[in-house]
Write a protein that binds this ligand. Structure first.
Ligand SMILES: [Mg+2]
Length: 219
């Protein structure tokens, strides 16, 4: 087989009805849009790191006093769901012996909610994580630094460890933050893509919202 590893984005790729999970929660909790925008600008201007940006945004949730149950309610009300064909696609790729990886800026609670056994299904998971105490308050946060252009470095790290060439790696993503990693992967699939820049650097564009569509190009 030409490909040995398949890497998935989460928001908008493995999970449908969401562009960015961070934005979903910000909007649902009605977090100050101006403060969010300022932090976002600082990140894009290079004034703060991605981690600082993430920590800034999570602090706004802590200040707003949102609890675990509020996150659950946000996900239910937003009607997020697993992408059509996700389970079948993961099962098929695993059966064929491909390594499966998640490299995402999404948040663990999204996958905990929709795909609770993701840790068993995927060989590597790069994701941001928030944890709650017994009362449901946020008590620990581990934001990933492997979002945006850094997604590409996460893929390089895994490929090196597994002694794989990047040309043997497939990446599937949907948005702006997937551009750099898509340039590196041997096969880059823009899936239900929301960004023209991503389409430009991808080898394949799949508009039909069914992940099974990727299988014929990989196995
Ligand atoms: Mg995405």
């Amino acid at each position: 087989m030409k490909y040995k590893l398949v890497c998935f984005d989460v928001d908008g790729t493995l999970i449908d009805n969401v562009e960015y999970s961070w934005q979903l929660f910000h909007d649902y909790f009605r977090i100050d849009a101006e403060k969010r925008e300022q932090a976002k600008k600082k990140f894009y201007n290079g004034e703060i790191s991605y981690l600082e940006w993430a920590e800034h945004d999570i602090n706004m949730w802590i200040e707003a006093g949102v609890k675990k149950e509020d996150f659950l309610k946000a996900m239910k009300d937003s009607k997020i769901r697993l992408m059509e064909g996700a389970l079948e696609t993961i099962a098929k790729l695993k059966k064929k012996g491909l390594k499966l990886v998640i490299i995402s800026g999404s948040i663990n609670i999204m996958l905990d909610f929709l795909l609770p056994d993701y840790k068993e299904l995927f060989d590597d998971v790069f994701l941001s994580r928030i944890y709650f105490d017994s009362k449901g308050n946020i008590n620990k946060v581990e934001a990933t630094k492997y979002d945006m252009s850094e997604k590409a470095n996460a893929l390089k790290k895994i490929a090196k460890r597994e002694k794989l060439k990047l040309s043997e790696c497939v990446f599937i993503g949907d948005h702006h933050n997937d551009i750099e990693i898509s340039k590196q992967a041997g096969l880059a699939i823009a899936f239900d893509a929301k960004d023209e820049g991503l389409k430009k650097v991808s080898d394949l564009i799949i508009d039909k919202k069914d992940l099974k569509e990727i299988l014929k190009y990989i196995i």
